[in-house]
Design a protein around this ligand. Sequence first.
Ligand SMILES: C[S@@+](CC[C@H](N)C(=O)[O-])C[C@H]1O[C@@H](n2cnc3c(N)ncnc32)[C@H](O)[C@@H]1O
Length: 354
Amino acid sequence: MMDYTLRQHGRATLDFLTAFGPSVGPLMKKQQASLDVAGLNDDTLAEDLDERAKQIEGILENLSAFRSANLLGEWHAEHHARLAEGAFSEIKDALAPQFEELSKGSTTLTPNPDLDIPQYWRYPIHRTTGGWDGHRHMGFIHGELVHRYIVGKAAKPPAAGGAPTDIYTDRRTFAEQAPRRDYNHVFEIGCSSGPYTLKLSEVFPDAKISACDISIAQLEQAQRNGNIAGHSWTLFQADGRDTGLDDESCDLFTSYIILHELPVDVIEATLREGFRTLASGGDFLFGDVAPYSALDKTAAWRTDYMARFGGEPYWRGSSTMDMIGLMEDVGFIDVRYEGMAPNNYPWVTYGRKP
Ligand SMILES: C[S@@+](CC[C@H](N)C(=O)[O-])C[C@H]1O[C@@H](n2cnc3c(N)ncnc32)[C@H](O)[C@@H]1O
């Protein structure tokens, strides 16, 4: 982890943002109570998502708990990145020597200034100002301040009967789902600032680890994290659909929470790239959120509502597509598409190349 101390104003702002999560929970409970009174449940709600949205939102639209939760969500989505940028600007001069130092080391980064940046990627996912590269130092701002400080610090209650967990332990537990420990080359797409890459290194200490992302700002932060931990990752800027890797050159092709941020045609092309680059017997392992079919109808509506208004334009497509059919069509065998106990998160998409 990088060594930095927030200034008072930035710290107070980030703590304020962190407090939003717990304040929404009770509002959600009130919403559910209204839906229960109205008799809206799996038996009475429509299969069609848009019809269902009309049924539910028709009941909730005048409820203050719905309006307040939406207001909080809207304000957070619109302002979190801007405020995190402000917290960063207070410490950027102090960080400059570390940025310089950590760009050297055994983790290397190869930028590709000629990369054809896809249009879908330019959409500011999570409504983050300007998107993944929206600030010269969005890698630090998102990876450290938004992801580690705000999201990572937010309380994550253990699921019933489960052990307490956090967003980093989830990544490790997911990496452990891979059926082997003897991979030669583990390749990750969409590594962002490297939180899953760190866990891959823990679980596969003897493997060569390489990773790509489209965002150069995120990759720079991943390089810093790799060098702090003394890893020798090979990072490069590339689209996961066209990695430039040789055929059959890796034996684990993996990613964590990228699928719901990709349009369906991009998912298909990524699966095909995985199949091409995996050696025979190699494993494809992607972790993400549960598809709508695994949720009750109200939970699926809530997720879809959050996606529609929270800056996730591809979530519905990826959560309703026929992933098993696609994996098999691409050529994978032993396909698994299932949630991890105890609460279906992460959702595992697994297949083996024959
Ligand atoms: C939610 S983040 C992934 C986070 C990371 N894997 C983790 O464990 O937190 C999504 C990342 O995928 C990257 N991305 C999106 N489309 C991509 C593509 N076609 N190829 C490579 N990276 C992509 C984005 O730039 C972003 O950094």
